[in-house]
Write a protein that binds this ligand. Structure first.
Ligand code: SAM
Length: 285
């Protein structure tokens, strides 16, 4: 079958169904076959893979996944795309399309019922307006998945891989690196999509860690400390933590705790490594 990513095929499908792109749903469809192949290759999908795709659009990536993976479950919110997907992917008996919101669907049920016994990988060209909630949702639920290979906005990808002290380093960097090992795969320019997005895109692969990067006594407390430290980025750590209202310790006690941990009180939160955030979370209350 013709590749759906060919602009000619895409235009024909759109015309046949009178489909209109919905900007609010982040609909920018890929029209570059090389990029699709690279995503599939980077994701490491194979016969024993159960792939979960979020937002199949008209199925350009789904088609490539179906050709390599054991099974693909594609979750699409826009009901206008469902009859299109039924046609474009009709010949693949290893694809299941579900009309649902990826943020509300029970991913555990999909993994346990649809993809039982398979190595599950999430592979997607994500809708950019909900990139972070989708990825954090997948990570926080501690789903039984190997990796997440996704196309996202370039700036967001750079924040995910940023290290302590770098400009892009923030709460998202810490959260992503706590749960995964992130690797940038490739940058993708706007002309690889229809319609073209206003921003550059990046394919990133997040390999899920078996254990979080650091050991913390209380995960909620760890993320509270991270939130407080980055909540007031321009303040020193001692001020940001004591002003946050998230801890019962006095400012002086926080200062003493920092001294004990050999973290200078006038440092800014954005200079702390994940390990230092963990030590701080274990010592502060
Ligand atoms: N995978 C296709 C491609 O590469 O051409 C389409 C990618 S497009 C960037 C994002 C897709 O996600 C759109 O089809 C959009 O309708 C869908 N979408 C948006 N919000 C969604 C949600 N909450 N749950 C599931 N799909 C969603």
């Amino acid at each position: 079958m013709d590749r759906l990513s060919s602009p000619k095929v895409l235009k024909e499908v759109i015309k046949k169904y009178g489909f209109r792109f919905n900007k609010n749903l982040g609909q920018n469809f890929l029209i570059d076959a090389n990029v699709l192949d690279k995503i599939a290759e980077a994701s490491g999908i194979g016969e024993n893979t159960g792939a979960i795709e979020i937002g199949p659009g008209i199925g350009v990536l789904t088609q490539v996944l179906a050709e390599h993976a054991g099974k693909v479950v594609a979750i699409e919110l826009d009901s206008h795309l469902i009859p299109i997907l039924n046609e474009t992917l009709g010949q693949y008996d290893n694809v299941k399309v579900i009309n649902a919101d990826a943020l509300k669907i029970d991913m555990n049920a999909i993994i346990n019922n649809e993809l039982a016994g398979m190595n599950v990988k999430v592979v997607a060209n994500l809708p950019y307006y909900i990139t972070t909630p989708i990825i954090m949702d997948l990570l926080e639920k501690r789903l039984n998945i190997d990796s997440i290979t996704v196309m996202i906005q370039k700036e967001v990808a750079e924040r995910m891989v940023a290290k302590a002290g770098e400009k892009e380093y923030g709460a998202l960097s810490v959260a992503v690196q706590y749960f995964t090992e992130p690797n940038l795969i490739m940058t993708v320019p706007p002309h690889c999509f229809m319609p073209q997005p206003k921003v550059e895109s990046t394919v990133i692969k997040l390999d899920l860690r078996r254990q979080p990067a650091v050991s913390v006594q209380d995960e909620k407390q760890f993320f509270r400390v991270v939130k407080a430290a980055f909540g007031q980025r321009r303040k020193t750590l001692v001020n940001a933590l004591s002003n946050s209202g998230l801890f019962t310790m006095s400012k002086e006690q926080i200062r003493e705790t920092l001294v004990k941990l050999e973290i200078q009180e006038n440092r800014r939160g954005e200079t702390l490594t994940i390990m230092q955030f963990a030590e701080l979370a274990n010592a502060i209350f």
